[in-house]
Design a protein around this ligand. Structure first.
Ligand SMILES: N[C@@H](CCC(=O)N[C@@H](CS)C(=O)NCC(=O)O)C(=O)O
Length: 243
């Protein structure tokens, strides 16, 4: 906590243990070293109390200085803006900042849809198509990122940054969730990808936010069986934009 902040200003994070989007916000506050309270909520129960916190009814949400902010990517950028004296999530260089944001866009438009289509696909043909697409889209990032100084995707790769945090929840789910439900695997010779996953999983700001593989596999079974009723599942089923 900074010397000027008070208990009333303390950041409040509303999240759900299973949610990859909420995990981003949690990693972000840990990486920034921000003092915060964590509230575990059930976003599917659209109670009046929950909708007062987020009228969209989605996790994550933060409340900071009595103001609420939702949308995981917006939250991460807000943390940099509101806490400029802490380690930045975005690099300083304009080109490298733009690059992180390019991969964020790619993650939203390409990686998440193909990840979800593979998880929810109900025919061999749909799964094969989604698996090929997912590999191609992951390859695209890892072939084009800078990686000049380390395993991370952000900036020059020396430090965990915005795009790492953005992609990490899906990166750590690929093996347990897609491996178990769909026998999907990333080729063992994709060394930059595997080095990245290893660096992410062991990172002190990521590790405490990871649910066990067993819990994630169990939680995602309803997606694999195509019975999930979340906004994300509906968007994938109907081919509309993800929430
Ligand atoms: N684009 C949003 C997505 C958030 C989201 O879909 N969260 C899910 C949980 S993983 C949720 O709250 N779902 C509630 C629902 O579908 O009703 C973000 O990145 O924050």
């Amino acid at each position: 906590m900074t010397s000027t902040s008070t208990e009333a200003d303390k950041l409040q994070l509303y999240q759900s243990w299973f949610c990859p989007f909420a995990q981003r916000a949690w990693i972000g506050v840990l990486e920034k070293g921000i003092d915060f309270d964590l509230h575990e909520v059930d976003p599917y129960n659209k109670s009046e109390e929950w909708l007062k916190i987020n009228p969209k009814g989605l996790v994550p949400v933060i409340i900071h200085k009595a103001k609420r902010i939702w949308e995981s990517g917006v939250i991460l950028e807000y943390l940099d803006d509101a806490y400029p004296d802490r380690p930045n999530l975005l690099p300083n260089d304009p080109f490298l900042r733009a690059q992180d944001r390019m991969w964020v866009d790619h993650t939203n438009k390409k990686i998440i849809p193909s990840y979800m289509q593979l998880l929810m696909g109900q025919t061999d043909e749909k799964r094969k198509e989604a698996a090929e697409k997912l590999l191609q889209e992951i390859r695209f990032i890892f072939d084009n990122a800078s990686f000049t100084k380390g395993p991370f995707l952000s900036g020059d790769g020396h430090k965990l940054g915005l795009i790492d945090i953005y992609l990490a929840p899906f990166g750590v789910r690929i093996k347990p969730v897609l491996g178990t439900h769909r026998h999907f695997e990333i080729p063992s010779n994709w060394s930059t990808f595997h080095k990245w996953v290893k660096a992410i999983k062991s990172h002190p700001s990521v590790q405490p936010t990871c649910a066990s593989d067993e819990k994630l596999i169990e939680h995602t079974r309803k997606y694999a069986e195509n019975t999930a009723q979340s906004e994300l599942a509906t968007a994938i089923r109907t081919g509309t934009a993800i929430p």
